[in-house]
Design a protein around this ligand. Structure first.
Ligand SMILES: [Zn+2]
Length: 393
């Protein structure tokens, strides 16, 4: 299915622009008309992280006239392995500002609009309505559903991508012409089921593989060439080096874009909809949560505690809290590791951020370990509050 171009052509290209974009201009399908459409285009990139980095670089180089960047985060050293729009001197700087500076260096003809804020239900309509097309480079389910719902309600197309370890996916969601994200994934996965890249890792170059597909699709939509990935899901496996295309149908029962929609406005709370942790874990942590500072005090006071690190071995190798024994969450949830845990000592669980340890705590309590507690904020809190010299990862 080919679709008409999203954007009308700009009036003209300057001599500078003709020189700069000559390799586009001589492609018959793009030509001067296509380049003028790119010049007139307004594209918003949600997130200047793993996917946003290559996407913004190539959108800028391609001559998209106006690029919006929305990101509230700052550049961290652990971003540099894949977020190639940022450099060493940008660590600590706003990602949106840092990305804007790189774009100006690559192509000063691009107008950059910075939204140095978190996307939420209050600002999403106003921000999205300023753009022709959205490129979604977010890494969490709450924002993904927010992006999808806002795009459908506003009638905007968007190019979606997601990455994890060696696997990537991409598609174009445009309810007017095909399915939306909810047609593909009606419900968010159960909390804790799908780890984020921060928890599970991502091969840096995978960002370029998927980000470049997103830019490719964006250019096709803006200029009206080729067959956009509407109604098709691209699935990439970097280890197999395979690309598969899976047909995605519009779901007539989709609560958002189906025949009888029940979601007719943005949800009140997307975090709530996606649930950071399960209900069991939410119950388990009540009155059973300590801070990193309290853990340190217990250790310094010589309290008899059994400290369990529920992360994965690779994470334990990077950084660990002194005295912690590694027992990955999966072994606790399955019950396999319960015999390793002492009945007569205070058990303290921790993970990287406090999500996995909360799930493990729920499993321990269900198995009768009533006094067990977990550390709020996990290793990251420990590093922040106790030992900033350790590497945050
Ligand atoms: Zn739908």
């Amino acid at each position: 299915m080919s679709l008409p171009p999203l954007v009308e052509p700009a009036a003209e290209l300057t001599v500078d622009e003709i020189r700069r974009y000559s390799r586009h201009l001589i492609i018959p399908d793009v030509g001067v008309a296509g380049q003028k459409r790119l010049k007139n285009a307004r594209v918003l990139c949600v997130g200047a992280g793993g996917l946003g980095s290559p996407a913004l670089l190539y959108l800028a180089a391609a001559g998209v006239g106006t690029l919006g960047i929305i990101d509230f985060d700052t550049v961290d050293e652990s971003n540099l392995q894949r977020q190639v729009i940022h450099g060493v001197s940008d660590v600590g700087r706003s990602k949106a500002e840092s990305a804007a500076a790189s774009i100006r260096e690559i192509n000063p003809l691009v107008q950059v609009e910075i939204h140095n804020t978190a996307l939420d239900r209050e600002n999403v309509r106003e921000i999205f309505s300023q753009y022709d097309l959205i490129v979604d480079g977010t890494d969490n389910f709450a924002t993904r559903y927010l992006v999808n719902d806002a795009a459908v309600l506003l009638g905007k197309p968007y190019v979606w991508g997601s990455i994890y370890r060696f696997d990537g996916q991409a598609s174009v969601f445009w309810a007017e012409h095909g399915p939306c994200y909810r047609c593909l994934y009606p419900e968010p996965p159960p909390p804790g089921m799908v780890p984020s890249c921060a928890e599970g890792g991502v091969l840096g170059v995978l960002c370029a593989s998927i980000g470049s597909i997103q830019v490719n699709e964006a250019i096709k939509l803006l200029t009206g060439i080729g067959e956009p990935l509407v109604g098709r899901l691209m699935v990439y496996d970097a280890l197999e080096m395979s690309y598969r295309k899976i047909k995605v149908r519009k779901d007539p029962n989709c609560v958002l874009c189906g025949e009888n929609p029940t979601v007719t406005d943005l949800l009140e709370d997307y975090e709530d909809f996606c649930g950071a942790v399960s209900v069991e874990a939410q119950v388990a942590v009540v009155d059973s949560t300590i801070t990193a500072l309290e853990l340190k005090e217990w250790q310094d006071a010589g309290k008899d505690i059994f400290l369990v690190d529920v992360r994965e071995p690779a994470e334990y190798d990077i950084v660990r809290i002194p005295g912690a024994t590694l027992i990955p969450k999966g072994e606790i949830i399955s019950g396999e590791a319960l015999a390793k845990l002492p009945q007569d000592r205070q058990i303290v669980l921790h993970c990287k951020s406090g999500v996995r340890s909360a799930e493990a705590l729920a499993a321990l309590k269900a198995a009768g370990f009533r006094d067990a507690v977990h550390v709020q904020g996990g290793v990251l809190s420990w590093i922040k509050q106790i030992d900033p010299a350790l590497p945050a990862y």
